[in-house]
Design a binder for this molecule. Structure first.
Ligand SMILES: Nc1ncnc2c1ncn2[C@@H]1O[C@H](COP(=O)(O)OP(=O)(O)OP(=O)(O)O)[C@@H](O)[C@H]1O
Length: 685
């Protein structure tokens, strides 16, 4: 028997297309050819188990060999093999037409196909100038045949000698792809794609270092673990087995925190193990660690679109023959199986966390810091996950105690409800820098949370939206009496208008002048025991700015300067001392100017009364002019007062010292201003 033929092609020659196709992904040929060998082996096992094959199955292994001199890679199996008719049918017709169909379908979208599955046998032509298939069917009396094709649509098919059942695929590697003739290259590809195939894959012998070089030992070099942990029953696995498997997947990683063994067979098939890694404070670095398999064949480690975004932070393996692989990612997301799979995994992950929380809260709390970012990300991006996570999401207070949302509410409700019935959650983002504010709050009997994570700003907004009558306020956003506003109004500030405006000028004169910071002087009556001067930063603007840093489209807030309040405690003796000093040193020379200001202000009021209710055109020109002149003189006189106050303030160390103490109390005094503060303090001492 010897035969020549032409593969039934519609297009002239699709081989050049195959060669170019997926140029950067030529390596997948090895996965395709080895998994065909594994399929053929599995089929034989099945036939043997149902009694259709009665002979000896023998050692069912797949071997991969390289012959550098002959420039070939051979993949051999002892599976079902093919008869001549089967070669005609499967290799010439089915394999060819499916390759052609595949190319036609995805010629514009090839990069988007998951793991580039489906090209099958013909992917061998991406790297070969000729491919031989030497095969003998398992059927009694079947004769061996050799099919050979050099990449043109012509092939030959002839009888050949082959003692054993099974198939050898011999790929004659072309010049361009010589790299695939290297042992290390092939070993690394086999490790990537075939590490967990269910039939032993043997690639040469294990090597050892001997007489100054690497030499073969007698032991076969088996690439794969045919029974990876995820294919076993959870009941048969110990914690150590899960950890060992994790190390096999990610040799350099820290130990995982927890894991989930997935095992579903209805309404779709899915197995796998997902691990919770320690997530450091950077979301991006953690992605793409989940490996996707289809019946133990590695497909891809890019699982976006298959699992919700936040789950891509997990590590591990998902194996599902029900995820359609030869489709584009955009199609995937709308596939109903994929949607179900995605929802199922989300639920399992939440259930598992809840279970650990309930059964072993102390371990859960211990690991919470490494879990928190993941849980928050899930809550923020997945409503269903949010609902489930509210049972185990934890808030940490300044002392490190951890509470669920419900527990915390119960704890603070009594003391921290304001006059409008809002429960106020106080928090610090930096317990060191905000220490003095934290202390004031805890001294007052308030609880303070620590929210210093990458996603906390978003979480705060989410909780305010989700929880009723809930308001989050950072400890330094107002003075202690105003953080949580109660029934009794805070006591009145007893300062005259002139005193107020003098103090504003005096302090403004010494406030730091920075482009990115804006200070506003305010007054409060905080009692003689409280600080003389302190700095607060309004919650709303600060939060908007924090958000702007994390979210594109909010850059408007990001560009605004940081806005702070410098709060002067009118009750404090040091403020009284500043005023007294100013009154003694500056006021005498201001007497005339102050009197003039009073006159001008009275005049201004009189003129305003005259024009009140009149349209601009009804106001006499003389009145308008008088108003303008009056305003100009007022500004000028006030300017002179301010000048003198400023000059005085600049030479007054007490004011400088008070401001610096307030900056220090909010962690805002650094660099040269801090050095100057130290020098001044020494002088004063
Ligand atoms: N090593 C082998 N032993 C026996 N039959 C084989 C072997 N390799 C390929 N075949 C036959 O050739 C057919 C076509 O192979 P091809 O890889 O193109 O497609 P497939 O395996 O059916 O699908 P896939 O696209 O998932 O690889 C197979 O279905 C099988 O019948």
């Amino acid at each position: 028997m010897s035969k020549k033929g032409t593969i039934g092609v519609t297009s002239d020659n699709i081989f050049p297309v195959i060669k170019k196709f997926l140029y950067s992904d030529h390596e997948i040929f090895l996965r395709e050819i080895v998994s065909n060998a594994v399929d053929a082996t599995q089929k034989l096992r099945t036939l043997a188990s149902v009694g259709e094959f009665k002979g000896e199955t023998g050692d069912l292994r797949v071997t991969v060999t390289i012959d550098e001199a002959a420039r070939t890679i051979t993949v051999s199996d002892r599976g079902v093999g093919m008869t001549e008719e089967e070669v005609e049918k499967y290799i010439n017709q089915i394999a060819f037409s499916s390759a052609e169909e595949f190319l036609e379908k995805y010629k514009d979208d090839k990069a988007a196909i998951i793991g580039h599955f489906g090209l099958g046998f013909y992917s061998a032509f991406m790297v070969s100038e000729r491919v031989d298939v030497i095969t003998r069917s398992f059927r009694d009396g079947a004769e061996a045949v050799k099919w050979s094709c050099d990449g043109s649509p012509e092939f030959t098919l002839e009888a050949t000698d082959k003692a054993e059942r099974g198939t050898d695929i011999v790929m004659h590697i072309d010049e361009e792809n010589s790299e695939f003739l290297g042992r290390e290259k092939i070993e690394s590809l086999l490790t990537k794609y075939c590490k967990f195939l269910p039939v032993p894959i043997i690639f040469g012998k294990k090597q050892e270092w001997k007489n100054g070089k690497m030499q073969d030992t007698d032991e076969d070099n088996q690439i794969n673990d045919t029974h990876p942990a995820w294919t076993k029953k959870p009941a048969d696995l110990k914690d150590e087995d899960y950890k060992t498997f994790y190390r096999a997947l990610y040799p350099m990683s820290d130990e995982p925190l927890f894991w989930i063994h997935l095992n579903v067979d209805y309404p779709f098939n899915l197995t796998g193990i997902l691990y919770f890694p320690k997530i450091k404070n950077n979301l991006e670095l953690q992605r793409n660690k989940i490996q996707l398999y289809s019946n133990q064949v590695y497909v891809t480690d890019e699982v976006q679109g298959i699992v919700p975004d936040f789950l891509t932070l997990l590590h591990g393996v998902i194996d599902s023959p029900d995820i359609p692989l030869n489709v584009s990612r955009s199609y995937l997301q709308s596939d109903s199986n994929v949607k179900k799979i995605s929802a199922h995994i989300t639920k399992k992950v939440a259930d598992r966390l809840e279970e650990i929380f309930k059964n072993d809260r102390s371990t859960f709390e211990e690991k919470w810091d490494s879990l928190r970012l993941f849980v928050q990300y899930g809550m923020l991006t997945d409503e269903k996950f949010y609902d489930r996570a509210t049972k185990f999401f934890l808030l940490s207070d300044i002392e490190g105690h951890k509470y669920t949302l419900d527990e915390y509410r119960t704890l603070i409700e009594g003391v921290q409800t304001d006059r409008d019935g809002q429960v106020v959650y106080l928090y610090a983002t930096d317990r060191e820098a905000q220490y003095s504010h934290v202390k004031r709050a805890t001294d007052k009997g308030y609880s303070v949370l620590v929210l210093d994570g990458q996603l906390d700003t978003h979480t705060v907004s989410q909780l305010e939206r989700k929880l009723e009558k809930t308001h989050f306020v950072r400890v330094d956003s107002d003075t202690i009496n105003n953080l949580i506003r109660k029934e009794q109004p805070s006591s009145e500030v007893k300062l005259s208008d002139v005193e107020r405006s003098s103090l504003i000028k005096l302090f403004e004169a010494r406030l730091p002048r920075e482009e990115k910071k804006h200070f506003n002087v305010a007054f409060e009556s905080l009692g003689t025991e409280a600080e003389a001067v302190l700095i607060t930063q309004g919650e709303f603007m600060r939060r908007m700015r924090d958000m702007a840093q994390l979210q594109p489209g909010m850059s408007f807030y990001g560009e605004l300067p940081d806005s702070y309040n410098l709060v002067l405690n009118a009750d404090h003796p040091l403020i009284a001392r500043v005023l007294a000093g100013e009154k003694e040193a500056v006021e005498p020379s201001l007497t005339e100017l102050r009197a003039r200001v009073a006159e001008l202000q009275a005049e201004e009021q009189k003129l305003s009364a005259e024009v009140q209710g009149k349209k601009p055109e009804e106001i006499p020109a003389a009145t308008k002019e008088a108003q303008e002149n009056n305003a100009m003189e007022l500004a000028k006189t006030e300017g002179s007062i301010n000048e003198q106050l400023t000059t005085y303030a600049q030479g007054n160390e007490l004011i400088g010292q008070l401001i610096d103490l307030a900056l220090l109390g909010s962690g805002l005094l650094t660099g040269e201003p801090l050095a100057e503060f130290i020098r001044r303090s020494q002088r004063l001492l």
